[in-house]
Design a protein around this ligand. Structure first.
Ligand SMILES: Cc1cc2nc3c(=O)[nH]c(=O)nc-3n(C[C@H](O)[C@H](O)[C@H](O)COP(=O)(O)OP(=O)(O)OC[C@H]3O[C@@H](n4cnc5c(N)ncnc54)[C@H](O)[C@@H]3O)c2cc1C
Length: 398
């Protein structure tokens, strides 16, 4: 089948890779003018790690990755108040765990399809018409194409989802937090392989030093601290972050000053996406577009790769795309619903809104270092209660 994929992030290129394995002919439409690089540092393990291994990119991922030694929670004076060794988490995954910039993971995945799959950068699908026997898509660059299936892999604010399923507001569960992330070249101080975090009630700032001399900054804040909607433009985003973090201590003033020189500022609500179905006619969704669990799951990339793999495996294993779509949903929906639920339960611990909440979180962090405590406290969130199907050889759906 000829299959249009919207989005060259994490799920889209993974899907393209496996669709090719199933004998299909995918192409990708990506809004950005080129592959997006950089971005926040993500933790990568579990099913995503297993799929990366099946795609032959684990070596590259590990080479780009960092072995974070500690999450260190500091006070205003920069001294350690609490924290936990990340080995405690890596141990729960038998060492199959790394942390790397999202863009490095995306480019490792992209390298598997670069020479095989057509990718149209700098455009988007503006309209789609599902005629029953095929789908016609119109692109912003003026092109029209007729395809067998359209897959939305275009992230939390998916365009294909809006076109085929309806407006985002109907599917978004706002978790009451926002997150900002940006990179500061040449930032000091640096603490190699340590994730340094300063938290106040309802807001936190973390920094992580990268090998190229820059540091990634992540700010998490409760909606109550923001006093309004997130502005769309960079100047407005900077102004809001300056206002939310005004007069906070620690390194805040230096970070805010350095932020003023950064153009690429990620700033968005922390939301989940919940849809009654991930497929409609000849259109399907994967990744954050289908079932975003948010950064609170710490596993969105792996989950997006899993959806892409399972959908491609279903399309390779069934003659009829309708049965493949039904199989895809039946296999994954309960698992993803569970992941979303545990991410929501984790929200309070991730960004406590009160002093008491912060104290309890810090105590739990200290306990993670005790033998057996990591398994007890976060083992359920870390483990993936889902077995990847084998990829069927040969057949492909129509
Ligand atoms: C601050 C933060 C921290 C996170 N930490 C982690 C972590 O530790 N571990 C983890 O696994 N996950 C983490 N995540 C989640 C993870 O980044 C996402 O779940 C994952 O990237 C989703 O992959 P995706 O391919 O579905 O979407 P994305 O990676 O968002 O890719 C979507 C792609 O679609 C493109 N696109 C968008 N609109 C259009 C359009 N109209 N037309 C064409 N293309 C379009 C975009 O340019 C992009 O290339 C974090 C997320 C955030 C925000």
């Amino acid at each position: 089948m000829r299959i249009a994929i919207s989005g060259a992030g994490v799920a889209g290129p993974t899907l393209a890779y496996w669709l090719r394995r199933g004998g299909h002919e995918p192409f990708i439409v990506e809004r950005a003018p080129q592959l997006r690089t950089g971005g926040y540092v993500i933790d990568f393990w579990g099913l995503g790690y297993d799929i990366a291994e099946r795609m032959g990119i684990v070596e590259t991922v590990l080479a780009k990755g960092y072995r974070v030694s500690e999450v260190r929670i500091v006070g205003d004076d920069g001294h350690r108040k609490s924290g936990f060794p990340v080995d405690a988490l890596a141990g729960l995954t038998d060492g199959r765990f790394t942390s790397l910039p999202r863009g490095d993971l995306a480019s490792a995945i992209f390298s598997t399809i670069r020479d095989e799959v057509e990718v149209i950068f700098g455009t988007t699908i503006t309209a789609l018409e599902d005629r029953g026997d095929a789908v016609t898509i119109a692109l912003a660059n003026g092109e029209m194409r007729t395809v067998d299936l359209v897959i939305g892999a275009d992230g939390l604010h998916s365009n294909v989802r809006s076109l085929a399923f309806g407006p985002e507001a109907g599917f978004e569960r706002d978790l009451g937090y926002a997150v900002a992330a940006f990179n500061i070249p040449g930032y000091a101080p640096r603490d190699e392989d340590v994730y340094v975090m300063r938290a106040w009630p309802g807001r936190s700032i973390s920094r992580f030093a990268l090998r190229d001399g820059s540091s990634l900054v992540l700010m998490v804040m409760a909606a109550e601290a923001m006093g309004g909607a997130i502005p769309a433009d960079t100047v407005g985003k900077r102004a809001m972050l300056r206002q939310v973090y005004a007069d906070m201590g620690w390194e805040t003033s230096g970070i805010l000053a350095a932020m003023d020189a950064q153009e690429d500022i990620y700033f968005d609500r922390v939301s989940q996406i919940e849809l009654p179905h991930w497929t409609s006619g000849r259109v399907a969704l994967v990744g954050d577009a289908a079932a975003c669990a948010s950064l609170l799951a710490g596993e969105g990339t792996g989950l997006g790769m899993t959806e892409a793999y399972v959908l491609a495996a279903a399309l390779a294993g069934h003659d009829d795309y309708r049965r493949a779509f039904a199989d895809y949903e039946a296999r994954l929906r309960p698992f993803l619903a569970d992941k979303q639920k545990s991410a929501r339960e984790f929200a309070g611990a991730f960004a406590p809104k009160t002093r008491l909440g912060l104290a309890v979180r810090d105590m739990a962090a200290r306990m993670l270092a005790l033998p057996g405590a990591a398994q007890l406290l976060v083992g359920g969130n870390i483990s993936d209660d889902f077995e990847l199907p084998d990829f069927p050889a040969g057949s492909s759906s129509r």
